[in-house]
Design a binder for this molecule. Structure first.
Ligand SMILES: C[S@@+](CC[C@H](N)C(=O)[O-])C[C@H]1O[C@@H](n2cnc3c(N)ncnc32)[C@H](O)[C@@H]1O
Length: 278
């Protein structure tokens, strides 16, 4: 299976009018400024400590044609804002749409973010990570953490698995698009527990928080920082994960351990270890 289809739908040549109609959750042109302000406020009112301050370098990851960057410049003072995208066409169309002395765009290969370690104070992203093939997205989360300054903030919008039954196209079609590498909008869905494990136990972020919002689109909003020593923004965060496991009684756990399926798994594990010579 090839995963290039996810990218070619963004990197193809396309004019501004067509992009404006295609890439903004089907919102009409006259609502695009409002949509951008709504995403900005969703992220930075949920996590006010992440709001950029003067002299900060801010990056929008997956900036499209720049509507949210413009909304950011409208509300916050900052040193500069950089739109980072895999699509040269998207960047050219963004520059055709708006120019600001504090805004610039950077094109990259979709895997290696071209900033130094600790260079960026604020990273945000809306309606972009959901489209990236999941394992690539994980490597990019690592990259976002790498480029973040100590004490900096990343605030990211992702789609929750709650959206799967409401998704367009239906999930079966979504799966076939991936299997057949169809160049169209791919969607990937995340769960609270999955993001908790990946970010806190694998990437090793600080100041982690994950918030579910039913509107828009059953979203998960993620905050993380770096180098503060404080693992979670809300101390209760770990207790909110795997609640079905922590709710299990000791009797239920003991019953599971002696159950037939658990015995079957233990047998299979023993055979695998024996075969591997372990
Ligand atoms: C649906 S558009 C959203 C644009 C903008 N964030 C907004 O909401 O108005 C998705 C954007 O993500 C970009 N993108 C896709 N894969 C990417 C990647 N691996 N890294 C950065 N940007 C990517 C696309 O080129 C496109 O500009």
């Amino acid at each position: 299976m090839d995963a290039t289809g996810y990218a070619s739908t963004w990197t193809q040549e396309e004019d501004l009018d067509s992009l404006n109609r295609r890439i903004h959750d089907a919102a009409p042109l006259e609502q695009l400024a409002g949509r951008a302000r709504a995403y900005r406020d969703l992220l930075f009112d949920t996590f006010p400590e992440a709001r950029p301050t003067e002299n900060d370098t801010v990056v929008e990851f997956g900036s499209g044609v720049g509507w949210i960057m413009e909304a950011m410049l409208e509300r916050f003072s900052m040193g500069e804002i950089i739109g980072l995208d895999i699509s040269e066409n998207m960047i050219a169309r963004a520059q055709e749409r708006f120019q600001n002395p504090r805004a610039r765009f950077v094109h990259y290969d979709g895997l290696h973010i071209p900033f130094s370690d600790g260079e960026i104070q604020v990273v945000y992203s809306c309606a972009a990570i959901q489209h990236i093939e999941k394992h690539i997205a994980f490597m990019l989360l690592r990259e976002l953490h790498r480029v973040l300054a100590d004490g900096g903030h990343a605030v990211l919008h992702l789609l929750s698995v709650e959206h799967i039954p409401h998704g367009v196209p239906p999930y079966d079609q979504e799966c076939l698009n991936h299997i057949n590498n169809v160049p169209t909008h791919w969607h990937h869905y995340y769960s609270f527990d999955e993001l908790f494990i990946l970010l806190s136990k694998v990437v090793g972020v600080h100041e982690l928080d994950i918030v579910y919002k039913e509107v828009p689109f059953h979203s998960l909003l993620v905050h993380f920082g770096k180098g503060t020593g404080n693992l979670y923004r809300r101390p209760e965060l770990p207790e909110l994960t795997f609640s079905h496991l922590s709710a299990a009684t000791p009797a239920a756990t003991a019953a599971w351990k002696t159950s037939a399926p658990a015995a079957g798994w233990r047998g299979r594990l023993r055979r695998l270890r024996a075969r591997a010579g372990g």
